[in-house]
Design a protein around this ligand. Sequence first.
Ligand SMILES: NC(=O)c1ccc[n+]([C@@H]2O[C@H](COP(=O)([O-])OP(=O)(O)OC[C@H]3O[C@@H](n4cnc5c(N)ncnc54)[C@H](OP(=O)(O)O)[C@@H]3O)[C@@H](O)[C@H]2O)c1
Length: 235
Amino acid sequence: MTARTVLITGGNRGIGYSMAEEFLAAGHRVAVTARSGSGPEGALTVHADVTDPSTIDQAFTVVEDKLGPVEVVVANAGITRDTLLMRMSDDDFTEVVDTNLTGAFRVVKRASKGFLRQRFGRIILVSSVVGLYGGAGQANYAASKAGLVGLARSITRELGARGITANVIAPGFIETDMTAELPAEQQAAYKKAIPAGRFATSQEVARVAVWLAGDDAGYISGAVIPVDGGLGMGH
Ligand SMILES: NC(=O)c1ccc[n+]([C@@H]2O[C@H](COP(=O)([O-])OP(=O)(O)OC[C@H]3O[C@@H](n4cnc5c(N)ncnc54)[C@H](OP(=O)(O)O)[C@@H]3O)[C@@H](O)[C@H]2O)c1
């Protein structure tokens, strides 16, 4: 296992926090971005808001100074603003796209500078089963998450020959603050529809990210890896 410098956005809670723990456990140097709070012990926490390019640049500079050039970037930060199409405002739509899709673009673009110099880089974008499956009341979120697939695949074509891979993880329902907000009946209905019959733990998603960043995944790029208990099969 080659130890890498890893930067994860939104690492103060949920899936990003678990990713930081799992990357640390695997022996990597780990930094997380946070708007508030911090990542797990052992990770460097830097401030960044993915809707603000200057904070992203500053965060990378701090990580590069303290841990060395970033070699693995995980664009994990994301939000939902669920509501039915007819009630969805322009702001509901653009805020979600600005955070989930444009935010990932900003982070990846900043990371790619160093990746090109190093002729090595691993880009991991956290999408969702909803990106390809769709979700009623989630036109904004699904559009932003589907966009990540086009982003990863275009990067793969553009930078694939420079030792850079770009892959998408598409989680299904994971036990985090995001799913805890769902009404109990909706949670029960989702569990019925999931072949595995349960939500995943955030560790089950995090370990896939660690594997994608590892030596064994060097020839995997442009892939969408579902971690959804079978919910999105065929999409
Ligand atoms: N939970 C699920 O079932 C599920 C399923 C599929 C995909 N996903 C995706 O997995 C990723 C993580 O989700 P989660 O469930 O862990 O969500 P979460 O518990 O709500 O955490 C979201 C993280 O994103 C950060 N974030 C949000 N907006 C940001 C911004 N503008 N700049 C920087 N950071 C920002 C949050 O920071 P603050 O604490 O500062 O708000 C937080 O750290 C998201 O992209 C989500 O869409 C989740």
